[in-house]
Design a protein around this ligand. Structure first.
Ligand code: HGY
Ligand code: MN
Ligand code: MN
Length: 420
């Protein structure tokens, strides 16, 4: 991996911010919601439409497109020496149910804008460059999270991913086949020389500091669980309070503890309950069973272990105090991920070359770059988003910030794509 500063021959090269913005708006129209967001769930018909559009743009830029067995898409621009492992960029185009136009989509289209810029200025790179669209990064419809990049790097098997089902019982393999994105390519049988991902920060740090470029040294580790509390359904009227086995009441104590655990391990401790299913979910029946998600995060591996231990200890206490059934199933996890110093310095050098103010920002959100980093040197570039809001239909970003991030991505990629 070449850690040199951007080549002087291309120092004046800039992307076309308007072209990037227009592509973001065109892709954002696929799954657009009335509040200005995007609902384009992984492996849905809308995901297929988005994939088809991005692949068509890539082909019109002279790129070749390959798809692997978990549906990861690789759009390739040849270099002078195609025996070299490519410099890869990209992200995801699947969104949250109430997602925005920029989470993930920006990283894919900033990569495509880099290609468009190199083509426009007829610049040849030594190594090939690829733009990746990773399958099911969000983990909203199917777990594990960052599914495509996780299979690609061997974090979990293709079979495990294929068998994952959504709440309607549909599985990944059938849904991938239905949208026509089960590729021939063996997952992971695809070299990567270096990886860069541009992304909105999804938090308030850059905007509060009025800084344009976030250099990302590391990403928080996370542990996802499904927790199931089993009590006993009975009538909300005649059943005396002291004999109830109310699954929802006990679940609420656990939900409070999830937040208490996060607050116990500052500054990067995070605890969230995002999904709750109450059975039978009837207003005059004491809930017999509650299933809910738990998301714990921290940047320190040791503290993340402590947070998980605290959760297990609390559940043991709840089981003995209440007598209700409490099951905890781990459904996704990855340790905190530091990025490669060479890539981090290429991002910083590119931003300084371009005159953008920078600051280091640890990523609270997970990204496909975490798994790419297991195979090759990887780095990320953050740009601000409005009020730090993401995973919300009001997610927004400034065209000039998105353009700046794409310029940094361009020059960081050039720094890696030039090989002696
Ligand atoms: O959950 C995450 O951090 C990412 O948005 N999938
Ligand atoms: Mn994302
Ligand atoms: Mn996201």
């Amino acid at each position: 991996m070449n850690a040199r500063t951007p080549p002087t021959t291309n120092i004046t090269l800039r992307v076309d911010g308007e072209r990037l913005w227009n592509s973001l708006m065109e892709l954002g129209a696929i799954g657009a919601t009335p509040k200005g967001g995007v609902c384009r769930l992984a492996l849905s018909d809308l995901d297929k439409q988005g994939r088809d559009l991005v692949c068509a743009w890539a082909v019109s830029e002279g790129m070749s497109v390959t798809v692997d067995q978990i549906g990861n898409v690789f759009m390739r621009r040849s270099g002078r020496n195609n025996a070299l492992a490519p410099v890869v960029t990209g992200s995801h185009i699947d969104t949250q149910p109430t997602g925005g136009k920029f989470d993930g989509n920006y990283g894919v289209l900033a990569g495509l804008e880099v290609i468009r810029t190199l083509n426009q200025h007829q610049i040849e790179t030594e190594a090939p460059i690829e733009v990746a669209v990773w399958t099911n990064e969000e983990g909203s419809r199917f777990v594990p999270v960052m599914m495509g990049s996780g299979v690609f790097c061997g974090a979990f098997s293709l079979e495990h991913a294929y068998a994952a089902t959504d709440t309607a019982g549909l599985n990944v393999r059938d849904e991938l086949a239905r949208i026509g994105y089960i590729g021939e390519q063996q997952c992971g049988d695809h070299p990567i020389g270096a990886y860069y991902e541009a992304h909105i920060e999804q938090g308030p740090v850059l905007e509060n500091a009025d800084i344009v470029i976030g250099v990302v040294p590391a990403v928080l580790g996370l542990t996802w669980y499904d927790c199931t509390v089993t009590g006993f359904e009975s009538h909300a009227g005649p059943t005396p309070m002291e004999i109830r086995k109310d699954a929802l009441q006990v679940a609420t104590y656990i939900m409070q503890e999830v937040v208490a655990i996060a607050l116990r391990y500052p500054p990067y401790g995070r605890g969230t309950v995002g999904m709750v299913q109450v059975m039978p979910n009837s207003r005059n029946v004491i809930p017999g069973q509650v299933k809910f998600s738990i998301d714990l995060r921290n940047v320190s591996p040791e503290l993340l272990v402590s947070m998980n231990r605290d959760l297990e200890n609390f559940l043991a206490k709840m089981r003995s105090d209440t007598g209700l059934g409490i099951e905890l199933q781990r459904v996704s996890d990855f340790p905190p991920c530091p990025f490669h110093p060479a890539c981090v310095s290429n991002v910083r050098a590119a931003a300084e070359l371009l005159g953008y103010p920078t600051m280091d920002v640890v990523s609270g959100a997970g990204h496909d770059a975490i798994y790419a980093a297991r195979l090759a040197p990887a780095g990320m570039i953050f740009v601000p988003c409005k009020d730090g809001v993401s995973h919300n239909e009001i997610e927004d970003a400034k065209p000039e910030h998105l353009e700046a991030g794409a310029n940094v991505l361009l020059h960081a990629i050039l720094a890696s794509a030039v090989r002696v």
